[in-house]
Design a binder for this molecule. Structure first.
Ligand SMILES: [Zn+2]
Length: 400
């Protein structure tokens, strides 16, 4: 079946201009053509003349298996059936907020891998997932309650090979401490260069990328020396690291939503004082790191770190707004969640509106290039591989 979507405006995810009144023709889950007028033959025409149509959003840093509550380990104490229900709810929240692809960066057991496969086979509704399985961290290191503890190059090598055997799409590694692990400093270096080198070597041999949680400067330097592909958070970047990232095309995912929600809601909603203090201590450095990376032409992709306290799975647009507030132009913020995000994940079949790509689109009220905020509540329809969902109906499904 061939369907023509008559769009009032279109943002293609790459160019910074808006195309007025055009038609996107979709068949078999793919974009067939983008034209000024409807083609001569089609089966159905849908009137989206009141909307701006753009590529579905891509969130490069989520944790669908984690509840965004003050206690991030709460989910680990939930019975299995409840955990599954929570994950399915998170997937619907993501889709309802216009997200058609996620890169999920760390989950207990192999739950994310199983959910990914169920989504991909069409048996579960949600964004297409690229999943890392449990994150690799040193013994007692950041996120050790959820991840796998590894020490020394041999254990690191074995752990990556095991993840590959389990079917991960990428590997997640912890180069530094983090805010949400008790007694662990975000600034402290954790896995060594040698350990992370082996992790990168094994992952790259198998064609998988390595996403690296790196907050403190020494750990960021270690991660870059080891050869990781993306720096997550990057609270304390320096000139040398930024230049290296720009030169080598290493992506930066600042995840502003994570510290933002902890700082804004932590006190009121009972976040441990230790975590609030660690977040507040990093805010200025984080903003300065982002500005330096932005000015230096580092590729910056959108990721919210959904699942961290009070940072729900429906806040992808908020990340765009926060990047915008910190100086990123609206068109670049949109690209960070579309074409740049697709390149960050390493997929070329999405993130833009062009023939032969996946038909992953959203229809938004308003013009996000003029008012980025309309992405927060204005997404009315989301199309994933040609299948259209009303966001109102999805939100209703979450409530019922
Ligand atoms: Zn994370």
């Amino acid at each position: 079946m061939t369907t023509v979507y008559a769009c009032g405006r279109m943002i293609d995810g790459v160019n910074s201009d808006v195309k007025e009144n055009c038609c996107v023709t979709v068949a078999d889950g793919k974009i067939l053509a983008v034209t000024d007028r409807p083609p001569e033959q089609y089966d159905m025409l849908t009137d989206w003349s009141g909307y701006t149509v753009m590529p579905g959003l891509i969130n490069c840093h989520t944790h669908v298996g984690i509840l965004p509550t003050a206690d991030n380990d709460l989910i680990l104490r939930c019975p299995l059936t409840k955990r599954v229900v929570i994950i399915l709810r998170h997937l619907i929240q993501l889709l309802a907020s216009g997200v058609t692809t996620i890169r999920d960066l760390g989950c207990y057991d192999k739950v994310d891998l199983e959910i990914r496969s169920l989504v991909r086979s069409g048996r579960v509704i949600g964004p297409d997932m690229f999943a890392a399985g449990p994150m690799l961290t040193m013994t007692g290191g950041h996120a050790h309650t959820v991840g796998v503890e590894v020490d020394g190059v041999d254990e690191c090598r074995k752990a990556v090979r095991q993840r590959l055997k389990d079917g991960v799409d990428l590997v997640k590694v912890m180069a530094t401490g983090g805010v949400l692990t008790k007694g662990v400093e975000p600034g402290s270096a954790q896995l060594s260069i040698e350990e992370m080198k082996v992790i990168c070597e094994e992952a790259h041999k198998a064609g998988r990328r390595v996403a690296c949680h790196a907050q403190g400067n020494t750990g960021i330097r270690n991660a870059l020396a080891a050869g990781v592909d993306t720096i997550e958070h990057g609270f304390y970047l320096d000139r040398e690291s930024v230049d290296k990232m720009a030169r080598q095309g290493i992506y930066y995912i600042p995840t502003f939503c994570a510290p933002y929600f902890m700082a804004a809601k932590g006190k009121e909603l009972g976040l441990a004082q230790e975590f609030i203090d660690k977040v507040n201590a990093s805010l200025d450095a984080h903003a300065a790191s982002f500005s330096m990376a932005l000015d230096s032409g580092v590729k910056i992709a959108c990721g919210t770190d959904a699942g961290t306290p009070f940072n729900g799975h429906d806040r992808t647009a908020k990340e765009l707004l926060l990047m915008h507030t910190h100086g990123m132009p609206a068109d670049q913020a949109i690209a960070a969640a579309t074409s740049v995000a697709a390149a960050c994940i390493g997929v070329s079949d999405r993130g833009r509106i062009a023939p032969d790509l996946r038909a992953d689109l959203i229809a938004v009220e308003g013009n996000p290039l003029e008012t980025l905020g309309c992405l927060e509540n204005g997404v009315k329809y989301v199309m994933k591989q040609g299948r259209v969902f009303s966001t109102a109906a999805l939100k209703e499904a979450i409530l019922s």
